[in-house]
Design a binder for this molecule. Structure first.
Ligand code: SF4
Length: 98
């Protein structure tokens, strides 16, 4: 098995974005007790690393840094995502370049 490595510092690029978080209306909601295997898929695929597993196995998710890419919806929209929609108008990510 080959290992893919990268020298790209994703945090540097993510930090360029601006987020207007809609604290009263989360645009992504997980089911109350998400299946472990399904959740771990999202840990691997979310480009913003918003799905996390702690050493003790606890799961956490924070929609505030969402890039609105829809990857989690495609992968687990029918399993552990109770809700996925774009943030309300004017809210969410604002991409900045350079
Ligand atoms: S839409 Fe994209 S960035 Fe947002 S939580 Fe899902 S996978 Fe992560």
């Amino acid at each position: 098995m080959s290992v893919i490595s990268s020298n790209v510092n994703i945090d540097k690029y993510l930090s360029l974005n601006k987020y207007d978080v809609d604290n009263n209306h989360p645009h992504i909601v997980l089911t109350s007790d998400p299946d472990d295997e399904e959740f771990d898929k999202l840990v691997r695929v979310c480009p913003a690393a918003l799905y996390k597993r702690r050493d003790n196995g606890l799961k956490s998710f924070d929609y505030s840094g969402c890039l609105e890419c829809g990857t989690c919806r495609v992968v687990c929209g029918d399993t552990i995502l109770e809700k996925w929609e774009y943030p309300r108008s004017g809210m969410g990510v604002e991409y900045r370049y350079g």
